[in-house]
Ligand binder design. Structure first.
Ligand code: XMP
Length: 326
């Protein structure tokens, strides 16, 4: 039997009952596969790796070693949430690595988007590999592969979407959600008790804020982007737009314009709002956001975020514009 093929008889997991049954079945299978050995998981905090972590914690507890690499390009509060949920609430065996300086030092002065992506992907593997090398007795590598990854690629998830894990890692794979579609992964995550802010989150590119801090990344502009993005997300949540808009974020270009703040000339970067709807990310339409909400976001970002003096709304559908700016 091809165990990378979803059986025709497999029911779509849409309810808590179906999710609980799936979880019970997978817990048994994982226990059988792993025995008393240790499993390593790169936990990005995205939906798939978070659900796999919660499932494996239920199955094998501290035999799971989660490694969370903070590349310094996470959204505001993301790494903190990973620590809060997995270490504090689920009592996971979690190794947290703040590699911010490593990534930002390597990225300094690099303006070309694909080069930035390569650096982020390559460094992620290096950091994870170094950490894995320090651990003893790891026999398995868990991955948040989901069914679309199998359908769309060679079946191995380019983990964290920032490049594959080292090919010479000789681990047997544990991939408990590999036959599930994204909506099913979310239902399973909820049944496992993960917060909605973790399982219902919008897609986030592996290179993170790195491809939204346009051009050569600097720490001050990255901070401004992170703060402005947090305000956008908060206001979208308040207005219920998080339920209707597929992906929304801020991009901050590497240019300044003149403005006025506190009656003084104030040069700052513009914050560009992007809010799109799509089903497959191949094409995208622009969500109509009420002016009152745009005004509120503009007022908050320009008042609260150091370095930003204008807010723009990107009205370009895909095509012609891609969803990300880089
Ligand atoms: P574009 O910009 O190509 O984006 O219209 C389509 C979708 O893909 C996401 N995206 C990425 N995801 N690594 C990722 O994991 C990347 O390098 C990357 N670039 C774009 C983007 O956020 C959107 O959802």
């Amino acid at each position: 039997m091809d165990n990378n093929k979803r059986p025709d008889s497999m029911e779509r997991i849409t309810t808590k009952e179906l999710a609980d049954a799936f979880i019970a079945e997978q817990v048994e299978l994982v226990k059988k596969q792993v025995g008393d050995k240790k499993v390593l998981l790169a936990l990005s905090g995205g939906v798939d790796s978070s659900v796999v972590a919660a499932l494996l914690i239920k199955a094998i507890g501290k035999q799971l070693v989660c490694v969370h690499v903070n590349h310094g390009l996470m959204r505001k509060g993301e790494s903190e949430q990973v620590i809060e949920v997995f270490q504090n609430q689920l009592d996971a065996n979690l190794i947290y690595i703040d590699a911010t300086d490593r990534f930002l030092d390597l990225l300094a002065g690099v303006a070309e988007p694909e080069k930035k992506r390569k650096i982020i992907g390559g460094e992620f593997i290096k950091v994870f590999d170094e950490e894995a090398g320090k651990l003893e007795g790891i026999s398995f590598l868990a991955q948040g592969t989901i069914y679309p990854d199998i359908l769309e690629s060679d079946g191995v998830k380019a983990h964290h979407n920032v490049g594959g894990l080292p090919e010479d890692m000789q681990f047997e794979l544990v991939e408990p959600v590999k036959l599930l579609y994204k909506d099913e992964v979310r239902v399973v995550g909820k049944a496992l008790g993960l917060p909605s802010s973790m399982v219902d989150r919008q897609p986030f590119p592996g290179p993170g804020l790195g491809v939204r801090c346009l051009g050569a990344i600097t720490r001050d502009r990255l901070n401004a982007l992170r703060e402005a993005d947090a305000i956008l997300r908060e206001e979208f949540d308040n207005a219920g737009l998080n339920k209707t808009v597929w992906q929304y974020f801020i991009a901050v270009p590497d240019m300044k314009s003149v403005g006025v703040k506190d009656s003084k000339r104030y040069e700052g970067w513009p914050a560009i709002i992007r809010a799109v709807n799509t089903t497959d990310a191949m094409s995208a339409t622009i969500e109509e956001i009420p002016y009152s909400i745009l005004n509120k976001i503009t007022a908050r970002i320009t008042a609260e975020v150091e370095g930003i003096n204008r807010v723009l709304y990107d009205l370009t559908p895909k095509p012609v514009g891609t969803i990300e700016w880089e």
